[in-house]
Design a protein around this ligand. Structure first.
Ligand code: ZN
Length: 240
């Protein structure tokens, strides 16, 4: 398992990629990782996600209370807490506003059509959650029913959230969503969409579920166990 410092470096690195790829502007977006069963490492509010230092990050408990770090925690912490609570398999979360996918979300369109086989295997479908004011229970309420069965969700008039077994996996899902949104837009412009049929989708879903269960069976350790493994590799007092 990565150490606290590696988690910090990963958040800074993927935050930089969000900005470099145009998935966020100004101080948009947020990223987090699960450190152990009781703590998350999250990005602070009011900072460019492309220009953070590792010391800017904040550690919160599972109620969202800051336990380490000087900056104010992201206003979207409620969304992150909800996802970690509902999905014990999730270790990293990325939220951003990639322009094409967010354009779909602002047009009331999901990305559920099976147009590309690899997207069906990797993500299944990408639903659209109704609008909810950011940073309020309204947003978490509309996301809640979608979180158990999806790894990427469009949020109406807002953006995208992706999550996975690592921060890298969550980040790559964000890339996939935006890339697929571009493909869907071009397909729509060409006016001759040929979505996969139900039989093909069923076969791809089988591959998807087989892959998912093989990934989860490779991670037998409980979060507590992982946390103590982690700590044993760290020098004293490094989790600050
Ligand atoms: Zn946002």
């Amino acid at each position: 398992m990565p150490s606290d410092r590696q988690h910090r470096l990963a958040i800074v690195q993927f935050g930089g990629l969000l900005l470099a790829n145009g998935f966020v502007a100004a101080t948009d977006g947020n990223l987090s990782v699960r450190l152990d069963s009781k703590h998350l490492l999250v990005t602070p509010t009011c900072i460019s996600k492309g220009r953070m230092r590792t010391s800017d990050l904040v550690i919160v408990d599972m109620e969202g209370r800051r336990v380490a770090g000087k900056r104010r925690v992201s206003s979207e912490i409620g969304m992150h807490l909800l996802i970690y609570r509902l999905r014990p398999d999730v270790q990293g979360i990325v939220h951003a506003h990639p322009p094409t996918a967010t354009g779909f979300a602002a047009s009331g369109l999901d990305l559920n059509r099976p147009l590309v086989c690899e997207v069906v295997v990797g993500l299944g479908s990408i639903p659209l959650a109704r609008y909810g004011t950011p940073g309020t229970p309204e947003l978490t309420e509309v996301l809640e029913p979608l979180i158990p069965d999806h790894d990427a969700i469009l949020m109406a008039n807002h953006g995208v959230v992706t999550f996975g077994s690592s921060l890298e996996s969550a980040y790559m899902k964000m890339e996939t969503v935006e890339h697929f949104a571009k493909i869907s837009l071009v397909t729509h412009l060409l006016g001759n969409a040929q979505p996969l049929g139900a039989k093909e989708v069923e076969k791809l879903n089988e591959v998807r579920h087989r892959y998912k269960s093989s990934v989860s069976s490779r991670k037998p350790a409980a979060p507590d166990q992982l946390a103590s493994d982690d700590e044993s590799k760290e020098t004293a007092g490094s989790r600050q």
